[in-house]
Every structure is written in structure tokens, then in C-alpha cells.
Design a protein around this ligand. Structure first.
Ligand SMILES: Cc1cn([C@H]2C[C@H](O)[C@@H](COP(=O)(O)OP(=O)(O)O[C@H]3O[C@H](C)C(=O)[C@H](O)[C@H]3O)O2)c(=O)[nH]c1=O
Length: 182
């Protein structure tokens, strides 16, 4: 497994070692020891999630202000552009974003620690998105930042289709008005 820091160093791109043969492939999608070594400390995950979305679906930008969740995300069918936004007020990269294409082809994963807003846009006709979280779902603590906040200016690609967002995601707050991590 290879871990590569992104432009926001706490956000890591994780690339598993893939063993291919005439039957297909095998790779360890998660190894606690290797992951802890990559992150530099032990990380416990308590929940696995799986969502399926059609092309043009944008889910995000989400975080839990209490019980913040670290997320280890990957795509097993299709492709998404995954985005993490640093919303730790004291961070030198506060308000900055990083993105990574995750796909069934590249097997890449993104480690998004607590302290970030997270979202993704589906690039393929459909995408199955799987992720582990370090704390449990707590809807009362869920917050949403506007995917199109000009102050963040995420470079979402033009898919030539309208983006499809939940009502919640259509009404995300601007970062300037949002609760962030102190
Ligand atoms: C997140 C979550 C949702 N749900 C239920 C609540 C709703 O009835 C239904 C759909 O929830 P929602 O529309 O919030 O799902 P997403 O838009 O995929 O939310 C996720 O989107 C972005 C990508 C994130 O980073 C978060 O993990 C999460 O907020 O699943 C649960 O029962 N448990 C959960 O952990």
C-alpha cells in the first residue's frame, strides 16, 4: 500500500498493491497496520457505508460538527471526483480543497480526516461508493456547506448534465456562515 499526501498533507491518497492474474485481481482494501503506519497513529473505524449514485449526482459537502468523522473512501464501480475541504479554522489550509478521482479502475482511496467537509460528484453512468467512518452517523450533528460556494471555488468538471443534489445539499451554507472546527 502506498500513501501519498495531497496538497493538504493530512488528506492522503491510498493506493493498494493490486495482484492481477488470469482470474482477475486481488488487493487488500483495508489493512489496519499498514493504514495506521501511513497515517502515523492508530485509527478506529466504527461504520462502513455504501451508496450508489447515477451520473451527475453530487453528494456533499458534509461533515458532523459533533462526533466528527474521519472517512476512508473508495469506489468499486464507476468513477467519482472526490473532494475534501479543510474547515479547521486554525489550519493554514482553511477553506482550501483537494480532489482525487476514485474509480473501479484506479483502486485509489482517499483518507479524509475529521475536520474536513466531504463530497463527491459521479462521473460515470453509475458509481458505487464505499467508505469507513471513525464515528457513528449523528444526523443532529450533520452540517452541509454549499458545493458551489464561490469562496471555496471547487473545480467541479462540466459533465454536460445538470447536477443532481438532495434538498439538503441544495441548501448548504456558505463557509463564511457555517459552523467550523476551532
Ligand atoms: C450518511 C448516512 C445516512 N443514513 C441515511 C439517512 C438518509 O435516510 C439516507 C441518505 O442519507 P444522505 O442523503 O445524508 O446520504 P449522503 O448524501 O450520501 O450523505 C453522505 O454524503 C457524503 C458523501 C458524506 O461524506 C457523508 O458520509 C454523508 O453525509 O441514509 C444513514 O442511515 N447512515 C449514514 O451514515
Amino acid at each position: 500500500m502506498k500513501a501519498t499526501p495531497t496538497a493538504i498533507p493530512d488528506v492522503l491518497v491510498i493506493e493498494p498493491r493490486v495482484f492481477g492474474d488470469a482470474r482477475g485481481f486481488f488487493f487488500e482494501s483495508f489493512n489496519q497496520k499498514a493504514f495506521d503506519e501511513a497515517v502515523g497513529h492508530h485509527v478506529d473505524f466504527v461504520q462502513d457505508n455504501h451508496s450508489r449514485s447515477v451520473k451527475g449526482v453530487l453528494r456533499g459537502l458534509h461533515y458532523q460538527i459533533q462526533q466528527p468523522q474521519g472517512k476512508l473512501v473508495r469506489v468499486v464501480r464507476g468513477a467519482v471526483l472526490d473532494v475534501a475541504v479543510d474547515i479547521r479554522r486554525k489550519s493554514p489550509t482553511f477553506g482550501k480543497w483537494v480532489s482525487q478521482e476514485l474509480s473501479e479502475e484506479n483502486h485509489k482511496q482517499l483518507w479524509v480526516p475529521a475536520g474536513f467537509a466531504h463530497g463527491f460528484l459521479v462521473l460515470s453512468e453509475s458509481a458505487d461508493f464505499l467508505y469507513k467512518t471513525t464515528d457513528y452517523y449523528a444526523p443532529a450533528n450533520e452540517r452541509c456547506i454549499a458545493w458551489n460556494d464561490p469562496a471555496i471555488a471547487i473545480g467541479w468538471p462540466d459533465l454536460q448534465v445538470d447536477f443532481m443534489l438532495s434538498v439538503k445539499d441544495q441548501t448548504g451554507k456558505l463557509l463564511a456562515d457555517a459552523e467550523v472546527f476551532e
